[in-house]
Design a protein around this ligand. Structure first.
Ligand code: 3HC
Length: 286
């Protein structure tokens, strides 16, 4: 008899930076993976990013040309949710907007089977709220990856109030099958990593504003003094100032704790369009 709980096909909603990384690691782990984007240019852009990463991996001798080809062979992209009909697991990685996420889950729900598990890669939206908007709140969990997804080994697995033990175990095991280390995180804004990381990044901005040091010196201090791969301002530019500001506001809203209050400089940089690497200008120029 076929194992109904086995995950064979994965659907990834959104093929931006996070979505393409997630699709890549799923396909590399042997899952048939379909990405869905809103237009063909984004489908091609996302698949192209994956191909480029794999190509670089071959050049760095991190993977073989055969592994690159078989990974690409397991990947496909579409602008239609119909392409996700056979997927056993859906991972949503679209914009951090509750209404947009609810809308896309509702579209997918119309085409997938009743046992398909839904996950969101959100870093800030309440998992229980997203689950409640579907007809399968018991088969819904959070699955939060870190950027750059193919390199960072952690995945946070979040259990909403309605997630069953069975769903949670399947999602946790799935994360492990990607070669990642899963950890259990609570359905509270920031989960574990951002709960600790966001106050750190915000306090770096506050310290800079109050004359603690130059950007370069503060980055060097944390890189060499604490062994971090990047200093706080390089990391802020890497994550995106808008993303950091957005997450901080959600955390402040929920916890009402000054540690999560975005400093005035961060807000003004976002308003000025200085979003970090993606806009070519953040704390540093690119
Ligand atoms: N294929 C395979 N492997 C590759 C690769 C490729 N195309 N490109 C790079 N790699 C491997 C490299 O070979 C190397 O592996 P090794 O250590 O075994 O030799 C490793 O990846 C690092 O690559 P690089 O040497 O090119 O790059 P750096 O050493 O400069 O590291 C970095 C880059 C991994 C981004 C590092 O600076 C880092 O870890 N920064 C911190 C990132 C971070 O904190 N991310 C989390 C952000 S928070 C988040 O995402 C949550 C959200 O909700 C906000």
């Amino acid at each position: 008899m076929a194992d109904d709980t086995k995950i064979r096909g994965v659907g990834v909603l959104g093929c931006g930076l996070m979505g393409s990384g997630i699709a890549q690691v799923c396909a590399q782990a042997g899952y048939r993976t379909v990405v869905r984007e809103v237009d063909q240019a984004r489908v091609e852009g996302g698949l192209g990013r994956i191909e480029q990463f794999l190509e670089n991996g071959v050049a760095r001798k991190k993977l073989t040309a055969e592994a690159r080809d078989s990974t690409m062979g397991r990947l496909s992209g579409s602008t239609s949710v119909d392409a996700l009909a056979d997927c056993d697991l859906i991972i949503e990685a679209i914009v951090e907007n509750v209404d947009a996420k609810r809308a896309v889950f509702s579209e997918v729900e119309a085409v997938v089977g009743p046992d398909t598990v839904f996950c969101s890669n959100t870093s800030s939206v309440c998992i229980t709220e997203l689950a409640a908007a579907t007809r399968r709140p018991d088969k819904f969990a959070g699955l939060h990856f870190f950027s750059p997804v193919p390199i960072m080994n952690l995945v946070e697995v979040i259990r909403g109030l309605t997630t069953t033990d069975d769903t949670y175990r399947r999602v946790f095991d799935f994360a492990g099958s990607l070669g990642k280390q899963p950890v259990t995180a609570p359905d509270r804004p920031g989960f574990i990593v951002n709960r600790l990381l966001i106050p750190y990044l915000l306090s770096a901005v506050k310290a800079f504003e109050s004359g603690c040091g130059t950007l370069e010196d503060m980055d060097t201090a944390m890189t060499l003094g604490c062994g971090h791969p990047m200093g706080p301002f390089t990391l802020l530019d890497f994550v995106g100032l808008d993303t950091t500001y957005y997450i901080a506001n959600i955390m402040f809203e929920e916890f009402r704790d000054a540690a999560y209050a975005p400093p005035p400089l961060l807000k003004r940089m976002v308003l000025a369009g200085r979003l970090g690497r993606k806009s070519g200008h953040g704390f540093y120029q690119y």
